[in-house]
Every structure is written in structure tokens, then in C-alpha cells.
Write a protein that binds this ligand. Sequence first.
Ligand code: SF4
Ligand code: SF4
Length: 117
Amino acid sequence: MKYPGKILPEVLKTAMKPPVTVRYPYERTEIPEGFRGKIHFDAKLCIGCKMCMRDCPAKAVEIEKIGEDKVFKATFYLDHCIYCAQCVDSCPKKALASTPEFELAHYQRDKLADIQK
Ligand code: SF4
Ligand code: SF4
């Protein structure tokens, strides 16, 4: 380093400040409004149009009819989902919504298929 003395004031300035990081998971920050976390599916509103499936850029959502009536279930592949919320925007019936839930990591990949009825 050519001029180590030049960075000294900056080092001293930042050494006196508290860290900007938080000690997660022991400390938590407030989740901002509009945060795009895990998707919630409301089966009562779904009409099975599959617009969400068509528009999902990650192929992370699957809609299937269950039973004889027009009842649908949604499967979200959380290991594929990029939490873009395009499915929420595409749904004409507001059957999908982003939630603040973000702690979705798992050791077993097959546990990341989130089936909602
Ligand atoms: S949030 Fe994005 S990636 Fe995830 S299921 Fe919806 S459209 Fe697909
Ligand atoms: S876009 Fe909405 S209404 Fe259509 S299948 Fe998906 S969740 Fe159901």
C-alpha cells in the first residue's frame, strides 16, 4: 500500500460506529411493506385458469384440479421460486398473494414442494 496513512481517518471513523449488520436470527429487522415472500394460495377464489403457471418464469407453480367439483390445489416448488410475484400479478381472481414469510430453507429438497389446498 502506497499511502497507508490516507485510510487511517476512515478506519478510525468506522471503528467507532456500531456494525450495520444485525445478529440474525437473534435480532430481526422489520420486514418492509410489499416484501415478496412465500406465496399464499386461496383455493376459494381460484378458477383454475392456470395463468399463474403460464406466466411463472421459473415454472415453480402447478395448479391441479382435485375431485369432481371445480376445486383446485396449488403446488409451489420453493426451490425453484424466485419470489418475483409474477403469479400474483397474473392471477385474475386475486387468489394468490405474497406473504412476509422468508425462512424457507430446508435440508431435504423434497420438503420444498409446498402443497396448498
Ligand atoms: S413468485 Fe415468481 S417464481 Fe415464484 S411461483 Fe410466483 S411467478 Fe413463479
Ligand atoms: S391464476 Fe389465479 S385463478 Fe388462475 S389458476 Fe392461478 S391461482 Fe387459480
